[in-house]
Structure formats: C-alpha cells, structure tokens
Ligand binder design. Structure first.
Ligand SMILES: NC(=O)c1ccc[n+]([C@@H]2O[C@H](COP(=O)([O-])OP(=O)(O)OC[C@H]3O[C@@H](n4cnc5c(N)ncnc54)[C@H](OP(=O)(O)O)[C@@H]3O)[C@@H](O)[C@H]2O)c1
Length: 325
C-alpha cells in the first residue's frame, strides 16, 4: 500500500516519507479499512513532531480519521468486509489502509459522501461533546466560539446554532469572518482589529457569553474570563496559539463560572458507548440537513504536506480532506 510514514520525529517537511509498505493486519476485535478519504487535523503536525499527547511508536503513518470500506475484519469484530465506515485512531489514517478497534469504527449512512464522513468524526464529535455534554448549552444562550473559521470552530458554530444559541465567532481575517457567517454565526469579531472582550460585552448588554468554546488558549483564554456571563461555562478545547494558559481561582469564584475541559479522544477508554451515541446523533443531524462540513480543500493523498502547510500558515479554514483515488 501507499502510505505517508514518519521514521523520526521532526518538522513534517523534513521527516514525512511517501512509501510503499505492507498493509497492517486487521486487529482482533477491529477492522482494516480501505481508505477512501482521510481528515487532516491540527494535531497531525504535533504527532509528527513527537509532541502530541500520545507518542506514536516509530515508524508510523500519521492521521486520526478516515472513511472507507471494511476490507478485512479481525476475529470477533462486529463488522463485515464491504461495509462503509468511518474510523479514528491515534495514528494511521493517511495511507491506503488503516486499522481501528470496533469501538472507534462507525457505519456511514448511504447519503453521506466519503469526504464529509472523513470530516465528521474529530471536529463534530469534539464540538457535540463540548456543547451538549460538557457545557450543557441551552436554547437562547450566547455562545462565543474562538477560532471560528477553523476545523473545530466551524463545527461549533453550526452545532451551536442548531442547539438554539446566539453565536458570536472570532477570526483573524475578513475571509475567515465570512466563513464564520456562512457557518451560521450571528455576529463575528475580527480579533486583530477589535477587542473581542469589549465587543462581546456590547453585544450582550454587558452580560457576557454564557458559553465560551476555546480552541486557541493563551491570551485568548485569559481575556475570555473578562467577557463570560455570571454562571458561564468556559470550555477548554485546545491551544492553537501555542501557550497553555493558567487561570486564577478568584476569577472562577467571583462570577460563579465553570472551567470545563474536553479531551474527546479520552472517551474511547472511559465511555466508548458515548462515542457511538454521538455518531448516531450527528448522522441524524446530517440527514436532516442541520449541518454540512466546511471543506477548504479536497486533495489527493500524495499532497498531504501541502495540506499541512495550509493548516500551519493559517491560510486554511474548515477542514482539509485527502482522497486516495
Ligand atoms: N480537546 C479535544 O478533544 C480536541 C479535538 C480536536 C482538536 N483540538 C484542538 O483544537 C485546536 C484547533 O484545532 P482545529 O482542527 O480547529 O485547527 P485549525 O483548523 O487550524 O483552527 C485553529 C484556529 O485557531 C486560530 N488561531 C489562533 N491563534 C493561532 C495560532 N497562533 N496558530 C494557529 N492558529 C491560531 C486560527 O484562527 P484565526 O487565523 O482566524 O485566528 C485557526 O483557524 C488544536 O489545538 C487542536 O489540537 C482539541
């Protein structure tokens, strides 16, 4: 099979190799799928550099998620060859074949394209878990989404609107503000030109946002505590800015706010059934037309490094998907 492989950790432009290698065997209780499309994620860059939460054993193929067809089922798997599925794993998706345990494999409805399926799992599950279960977002509440034009950001805007919130999104260029509007944001803030704290206060009559979805961290997180409503929930999604922030406990106390973490992938070990429930809910929403993944580009698998360039330079928005044919 063809695969992108990493033999030593480092910058992806230095260490990614495009190679021929043997397809992995299907694991017991899991499947091997023939990949049709794989989703590119910000953590790919960290995994290749050896700086992600779980260090992949060398050599490895990066890539967290893919859609395709079950090619071989391991002993005890509930899947059969020929079924269309999406799968996620800590690595292995940017190749012609990937493997995953059954708990991380979900059937795809006929009406869903491979490209949309490949874009569905990481970002939409993250936003669904964050907004529905971690923040308990309620209809009529105000949701502030940072990094609104990014992968998780676009999905949070779409799901937040579907849940009945008024959505304010921040982004760093006019083009990205338009992406946020197109995803359904009611208000957008150019975070380079305006102080988002002041704008959110103004838009909410001084009250602040009930829920803040933060994949950026750093100063963005620090300043978010200044425009969160009494009783608000600040959801820690990630640190795209590169700095993990600290928070002073008096800020949490004074406004009765909750700071809640979300490490979506950890549910595979702790509550795998919830991943399946989330997938089913997302498929229902997709069938009802409640959202469509925002695709910046669909590229052939061979062009993976170009996709990572677009992500790293912040030129991209939404999701980049790679296809194998
Ligand atoms: N907690 C979880 O389970 C989970 C799941 C998935 C992803 N994540 C994390 O969420 C974060 C975002 O992921 P993503 O896939 O949405 O990435 P993405 O598509 O690259 O979007 C990140 C956004 O962050 C903004 N940003 C602000 N400062 C930045 C900086 N210094 N460098 C790069 N971007 C910056 C950018 O928006 P502007 O250019 O408009 O400012 C960009 O659109 C990552 O840290 C990722 O690891 C966490």
């Amino acid at each position: 099979m063809r695969a992108w492989r990493v033999h030593q950790y480092g910058d992806y432009r230095d260490v990614l190799r495009w190679e021929e290698c043997e397809p992995p065997p299907p694991p017991s209780g899991g499947v091997r799928l023939r990949v049709a499309a794989s989703g590119v994620n910000f953590p790919d860059i960290l995994a290749i550099a050896g700086r992600y939460q779980v260090r992949a054993p060398l050599p490895f193929s990066p890539g967290l998620e893919a859609a395709g067809v079950v090619d071989a089922a391991g002993a005890g798997s509930r899947y059969r060859p020929g079924q269309r599925v999406v799968a996620f794993a800590s690595w292995g998706a940017h190749a012609d074949y990937m493997t995953a345990p059954d708990a991380a494999v979900f059937p795809i409805p006929d009406a869903m394209t491979d490209e949309h399926a490949a874009a569905l799992t990481v970002i939409y599950q993250t936003s669904y878990f964050a907004l529905r279960w971690r923040a308990a977002l309620q209809p009529g509440e105000v949701l502030l989404v940072h990094g609104g034009a990014g992968g998780v950001g676009t999905s949070a805007i779409q799901l937040g609107k579907h849940m009945g919130a008024t959505v304010i999104a921040t982004a760093g260029s006019e083009a990205k503000l338009q992406v946020c509007r197109d995803a359904g944001a009611d208000h957008v803030i150019h975070h380079r030109d305006a102080d988002f704290v002041a704008v959110v206060r103004e838009l909410t009559g001084g009250r602040g946002a009930d829920v803040i979805y933060d994949p950026v961290g750093g100063d963005t997180f620090d300043r978010s505590t200044k425009c969160i409503a009494f009783g608000g929930r600040l959801v820690v999604i990630g640190f795209a800015s590169g700095r993990i922030p600290d928070i002073r406990a008096n800020r949490i106390l004074l406004k009765n706010i909750s700071v809640v973490g979300l490490h979506w992938g950890a549910y595979l070990d702790h509550e795998p059934d919830r991943l399946r429930r989330c997938h089913d809910a997302l498929c229902e929403l997709y069938a009802a037309g409640a959202f469509r993944p925002v695709l910046y580009a669909t590229l052939p698998l061979e062009r993976y490094p170009d996709a990572l360039d677009a992500l790293r330079s912040r030129d991209s928005y939404g999701k980049i998907v790679l296809t194998t044919t």
